[in-house]
Design a protein around this ligand. Structure first.
Ligand SMILES: Cc1ncc(COP(=O)(O)O)c(C=O)c1O
Length: 362
């Protein structure tokens, strides 16, 4: 394939074209560095500027105060599933988990290996098709923290706002909707996101953490597993994922300077998602949305067709229209259209029109 398609991959995923162009233009020689981003030291001036700029731009986008550290780590969100309990779940304490999909479940399974946990809510019985309504949460007021997944990438289920956990620190896996809208960071103990969906390439995970929570890390932890260590070392305790951090900075600049901030981005994202959900709702004989309407994700639109044969036909015909990577996650099947920040409206229009034509042909 030598032509760009509309790439609906759930991650690694579409990146803004101006960002890709800048990477290409700077690949042989990063301005001021005399070498490429892949070749320079993480201790030198040019990279120091990049990591500081990435942090400053994320702080600007999300209004992150000095009470919070911004870290750039490796190991993906999966490592966070373990680091969170290893650092924050003290002896004799318990942690609450809100389960609205497969990733929350995996986070819980990792935490269970490290300490005591409780399930404060699960939508498992309905196939993870909704988020809790007010009053559905069974919270432990003494929990060490409460973990939730604001957007479940596989099921396409998303919270519209954060659950209220009172004084219990709220920890959010924002891997698949990070930077899709503005958040009130002060309501969180910690927000983390692997970058490869909405913020950059694979290889870097952004962690935004209240500094007092990082102080909970035990002194005998392996240093890479200690949040306290990463905060003290400002993400430079070992060689950080330099290329990923560079791209996160370019994406943050794109959001600030070309999109005009996260409120504008959210307006665009809502408009894109609505186009697809409108088609699903107009053709309920062919498309069955997975998420209940009030829990629908604006990032991952998931739906099923009446048979495997129709699903295969949908996928192969879509590909002919340059609509790629629409296959649902192997654990749930069906179709998933991931329409992250960088998916242009034209891509969504093309998919919506294909879906309408396909439904009529059934
Ligand atoms: C919501 C969510 N959490 C966690 C992960 C795991 O991320 P990683 O593969 O970077 O460990 C993913 C990846 O798809 C995800 O979508």
């Amino acid at each position: 394939m030598d032509e760009r398609v509309y790439n609906f991959s759930a991650g690694p995923a579409v990146l803004p074209v101006p960002v890709l162009e800048q990477i290409r233009d700077e690949m042989l020689c990063l301005p001021g560095a005399g070498a490429s981003i892949l070749e320079i030291s993480h201790r030198g001036g040019p990279f120091t500027e990049i990591i500081q700029s990435a942090e400053a731009n994320l702080r600007k986008l999300l209004d992150i105060s000095d009470d919070y550290a911004v870290l750039f780590l490796q190991g993906g969100s999966r490592l966070q599933f373990s680091m969170i309990p290893i650092n924050l779940l003290g002896e004799g304490q318990s942690a609450d988990y809100i389960l609205t999909g497969s990733w929350g479940k995996k986070a819980l399974q990792e935490a269970q290996k490290e300490g005591k946990t409780r399930v404060a809510f699960t939508a498992k019985d309905s196939g993870f098709d909704h988020v809790p309504a007010e009053g559905d949460l069974d919270l432990d007021p003494n929990a060490a923290y409460c973990h939730y997944t604001c957007n479940e990438t596989i099921e396409g289920v998303q919270f519209a706002g954060e659950p209220d956990t009172g004084d219990v620190p709220l920890i959010c896996d924002a891997s698949s909707d990070f930077l899709h809208r503005k958040l009130d960071v002060s309501r969180y103990g910690m927000i983390y996101a692997c970058a490869q969906k909405n913020a950059g390439p694979s290889g870097v995970t952004v962690v935004i953490m209240r500094k007092d929570l990082a102080e909970r890390s035990g002194d005998n932890l392996p240093s890479y597993l200690s949040y306290k260590n990463h905060v003290q070392e400002e993400s430079l305790g070992n060689t950080p994922p330099t290329f990923g951090i560079y791209v996160v900075d370019l994406v943050a600049k794109w959001l600030l300077n070309e999109i005009g901030g996260l409120d504008k981005m959210f307006d665009r994202n809502k408009a894109k998602a609505l186009k697809l959900y409108d088609v699903i709702d107009a053709h309920t004989d062919v498309y069955k949305g997975h998420a209940q309407p009030h829990s629908r994700s604006v990032m991952n639109v998931t739906f099923n067709l009446p048979s495997d044969e129709l699903t295969s036909r949908f996928l192969s015909e879509a590909k002919k229209h340059k609509l790629d990577a629409l296959k649902g996650h192997r654990s749930v099947g069906g179709i998933r259209a991931s329409i992250y920040n960088a998916m242009p409206i034209e891509g969504v229009d093309a998919l919506a029109s294909f879906m309408t034509d396909f439904a009529k042909s059934c």
